[in-house]
Write a new protein. Structure first.
Length: 610
């Protein structure tokens, strides 16, 4: 990692370094100031939002206390009305024993309850229940039962245990309503006793719609994405306002035992999401108001500030980059032009010259480059012309000594004489030798089709089989789709010769050589494998290592290594193809060796080339 860090700046060009320097010097102080300002503002906004949420929850509880005190006073009114007490006392008896009441009593009680329920839309009904089960209500007689046995509703048992104190019953569905109700009611209930004797005369039930709690929220600026829960001292749910989803936060809190009896605020995680948990407890009613506000909602303004800061930073980066590119371009333009000229020189064009850049350092550098190129061009021409003339002289001397056509004609004459003497083996060997000479001498191309290289190997194998007989067996596995792909000339025969002399010749029973050529995706794989004596794993690893380091012929001779054709072929493949070509050796002791040449095939408009 440290080496990479040291090497990375050096690999950048001067223009990029200047660009990065300008951008860093401008954006670093700007970014530092933006981050500090954002963090301070964000923390301040988050604290104020949290405090606002706490104040809202307290206000909701205070409004609920005022509302419930009003209902408490309403439940006390019958204790001071002689008419109500007198009518309830008339229908005393065991619960469920009553069957009817006089219409006059119904009318009086209806007028009384209707007067107290007037202009209170949140009250579903005010009901008086006698000890025997007579029910007086302000609700229309068609919508409510006139006689009701309270023992069939489990929630009413709690009213009996209240002993005259007012109490709040969680949402329930009273059975005295004749119609089907789609929403439960919360009931403020009280047992009515005769003021003097404290004898129980009946009960008052005030059914309140859940809209009463919704109205409280509508009058306050409560966060729409937050959950609100109202529960009693026994952790029973009275009201819950859910956020965007229909999932109950109360159920999750109850399931994870995160409901508390007293107030407080903290940050909790629920369902994989973080919330601000705020709870306020009322000593008067015993109710607790819980607010669950997602942290992401609290940080909404902070995110908006972050988005604004980010876009502003992007704008500044764009402006700074444009200015830096312009400045760095004007500074480095002479160097870039000089670099392009030098690349042309590397490719062999020694006529490249640069225009002068004035009298500064760049101008001096350009004039020095032009002067150097003139001298190199002069020396190169002298050496090049001299080398060509030497090669031409050597070629002429060689051609004067050996005439290839003369050799071909002589070999053909020998072959015809062998045929006339009925010596087919001699004829075949002479013909194969002629093909070898013609391939090596006549073919001056650097690359030949794969099929021609295979034919050359077959001629060589034919001559060797005349010598070794049945001890030498050769099998071919050539893919017909790749026979026209060009490959370097004379790369297979040295591998076959190496397998023959160093792998099979010493074996008493001879051996087999497999020559295969196939295509795997975009790679051409050529393998020469034998079943000879092979090498140890250590020797194979050393052999592959020396091939990768491109050993010279002399070094192999000094170390006494076998297979002199292998390093030569490896050097040629790496020289011609670079990273697109490779030669690997594999095998084991007593099992033979396999030499594989890998060449990556390139797709061009005119066909496939390696």
């Amino acid at each position: 990692m440290m080496q990479w860090k040291k090497r990375f700046p050096r690999e950048l060009n001067l223009r990029t370094k200047l660009l990065l320097l300008f951008v860093f010097l401008i954006l670093f102080p700007l970014s530092l100031q933006g981050i500090v300002t954002y963090r301070h503002f964000s923390d301040t906004v988050d604290r104020k939002t949290e405090q606002f949420t706490i104040d809202i929850v307290r206000q909701i509880n205070a409004n609920m206390d005022r509302l419930l005190k009003d209902y408490e006073r309403l439940s006390l009114m019958p204790l001071y009305d002689e008419m109500v007490l007198k009518i309830l006392s008339k229908y005393d008896g065991e619960m469920g024993s009553a069957s009817w009441a006089s219409s006059d009593d119904y009318m009086k009680m209806k007028l009384y309850t209707s007067a107290h329920a007037y202009d209170r839309a949140e009250i579903r009904g005010i009901h008086f229940v006698s000890n025997s089960g007579i029910l007086f209500s302000n609700v229309d007689s068609m919508a409510v039962d006139s006689v009701w046995d309270s023992r069939q509703d489990e929630w009413f048992a709690e009213v009996n245990r209240s002993d005259g104190a007012w109490m709040l019953i969680p949402p329930h569905m009273p059975s005295y309503y004749s119609g089907t109700s789609t929403e439960p009611y919360i009931t403020v209930a009280r047992m009515i006793r005769e003021p003097n004797t404290l004898k129980r005369l009946g009960y008052i039930l005030i059914d309140i719609k859940l809209d009463a709690f919704r109205n409280i929220l509508s009058n306050l600026n409560f966060e729409q994405d937050a959950n609100l829960i109202i529960m009693d001292s026994q952790k029973r749910l009275l009201f819950e306002r859910k956020s965007g989803t229909e999932i109950s936060a109360y159920d999750d809190l109850l399931q994870h035992d995160q409901l508390r009896k007293n107030g407080g605020n903290q940050k909790i995680e629920l369902g994989g999401q973080h919330y601000l948990y705020v709870q306020h407890h009322s000593n008067y009613s015993g109710l607790s108001v819980i607010s669950l506000t997602p942290i992401k909602v609290i940080q909404k303004e902070s995110r908006e500030l972050w988005t604004y800061t980010l876009w502003f930073a992007v704008l500044c980066l764009a402006i700074v980059t444009i200015l830096a590119v312009g400045i760095s371009y004007r500074i480095t333009r002479p160097l870039i032009e000089l670099k392009k000229k030098m690349v042309g020189v590397e490719q062999g064009d020694f006529n490249k010259r640069v225009s002068t850049f004035g009298h500064d350092e760049f101008g001096q550098l350009g004039r020095g480059f032009n002067k150097m190129m003139e001298e190199i061009n002069r020396l190169f021409n002298e050496v090049f012309v001299l080398g060509i003339r030497e090669k031409e002289a050597e070629l002429s001397a060689l051609q004067s000594q050996i005439n290839p056509h003369f050799i071909y004609n002589t070999l053909e004459s020998i072959s015809m004489m062998a045929i006339r003497k009925n010596n087919a083996e001699v004829s075949d060997m002479v013909s194969a030798l002629g093909k070898l000479l013609r391939y090596t001498i006549d073919k001056v191309d650097r690359q030949v089709p794969l099929k021609e290289e295979i034919r050359f190997v077959q001629s060589y194998v034919q001559i060797q089989q005349m010598r070794y007989g049945e001890r030498l067996r050769v099998e071919y596995e050539i893919d017909e789709d790749i026979v026209d792909i060009p490959i370097p000339k004379l790369i297979l025969q040295p591998l076959v010769e190496n397998a023959l002399y160093h792998g099979i010749e010493a074996e008493e029973n001879g051996g087999t050589i497999w020559i295969s050529a196939l295509r795997f995706e975009n790679e051409l794989l050529i393998t020469v494998r034998d079943d000879g004596k092979g090498l140890t794993e250590t020797e194979i690893e050393q052999l592959n290592l020396k091939i990768r380091t491109q050993p010279s012929y002399q070094s192999w001779r000094r170390e006494g290594q076998s297979g002199l054709g292998i390093p030569n072929i490896a050097q040629r493949i790496m020289f011609i193809y670079g990273e697109r070509g490779d030669l690997t050796i594999d095998g084991s002791l007593g099992q033979g060796l396999a030499v594989t040449i890998t060449i990556r095939i390139q797709e061009t408009g005119g066909g496939e080339h390696v």
